[in-house]
Design a protein around this ligand. Structure first.
Ligand code: HEC
Ligand code: HEC
Length: 219
């Protein structure tokens, strides 16, 4: 939990204080997709699309599962508390055309050969009670018991402060794709098999059920 929380706290700070441009871009030139990425995304999602505080973008399965429209929508409107909205219509710095160029560049450079996970990127949460069993069987060994009685080998994802900062979609994406860049076994195949779509929905519902009801306005 310490690491995950520290990560999210860093992101919180970064959201208020954007990473400055290292080299100013000439104002007339069309900025390439990777220039846009470096300026606007790398500070949180990693310099080459991985090993940042926020989930990697250099993840072929991820980019093959999320549709182009969904990717463009997240970049434009933001997500949850920590992912800023980049579209000018939402107060961000990028035009719709720049967002499309960025999304297409990421998909081409980092999505090639990606195999979709066979479930939609987005989906509604299932039943928290069933999710508790999925959690105990497939997540607890690494992330610890939700009641804190049995610590795991990695950070807690049932901690209230973590859950306050992570959106429902961030949790679902973590279950579906894990963190391919950390290579630490959270890859959507706990115990060697991919979870079924109902199990994914249920375990996400279980995590959401652990989030304190107060202090949140977004999903
Ligand atoms: C201030 C840090 C920050 C910056 C800058 C940032 N992101 Fe994010 N991004 C996040 C965090 C944190 C999340 C997860 C938020 C949540 O859902 O709780 C996220 C979520 C996302 C997601 C959805 C991940 C999912 O849950 O499936 C995409 C796609 C994405 N970001 C792309 C980008 C792109 C492209 C840029 C640059 C234009 C960018 N982000 C800039 C922090 C950032
Ligand atoms: C083999 C160990 C392992 C298993 C099993 C596992 N995880 Fe993870 N998970 C990790 C590691 C490692 C990370 C990266 C963060 C860290 O180092 O604590 C992670 C990250 C996460 C994150 C946070 C992602 C982020 O960046 O915010 C969530 C949420 C998560 N896991 C949920 C789950 C759920 C739910 C299950 C069961 C379906 C599960 N994990 C199974 C090891 C595991």
């Amino acid at each position: 939990m310490k690491r995950l929380l520290a990560t999210l706290a860093t992101l919180f700070a970064a959201a208020c204080d954007r990473v400055p441009l290292e080299q100013p871009m000439p104002s007339q030139a069309v900025v390439s997709w990777d220039g846009l990425y470096l300026t606007h995304c790398a500070g949180c999602h990693g310099a080459d699309g991985s090993l940042g505080a926020a989930r990697p973008m250099r993840d072929p399965a991820y980019l093959a599962t999320l549709s182009r429209d969904e990717l463009i929508r997240v970049i434009g409107r933001g997500q949850g508390r920590l992912m800023p909205a980049f579209d000018q219509s939402a107060g961000g710095p990028l035009t719709a055309e720049e967002i499309a160029r960025l999304a297409d560049g990421m998909r081409q450079a980092w999505g090639a050969g990606g195999v979709p996970v066979g479930m939609p990127w987005s989906g509604s949460a299932g039943a928290a009670e069933a999710g508790a069993s999925v959690y105990a069987a497939h997540c607890q060994a690494c992330h610890g018991a939700a009641d804190g009685r049995a610590p795991g080998t990695h950070g807690s994802v049932t901690d209230a402060n973590y859950l306050r900062l992570a959106s429902d979609q961030a949790l679902r994406s973590a279950v579906l794709f894990g963190r391919a860049d950390l290579g630490a076994g959270c890859d959507g195949r706990p115990n060697g098999r991919r979870l079924q779509s109902q199990e994914v929905a249920d375990v996400v519902a279980f995590l959401i059920s652990r989030r304190p009801a107060t202090g949140r306005s977004d999903r």
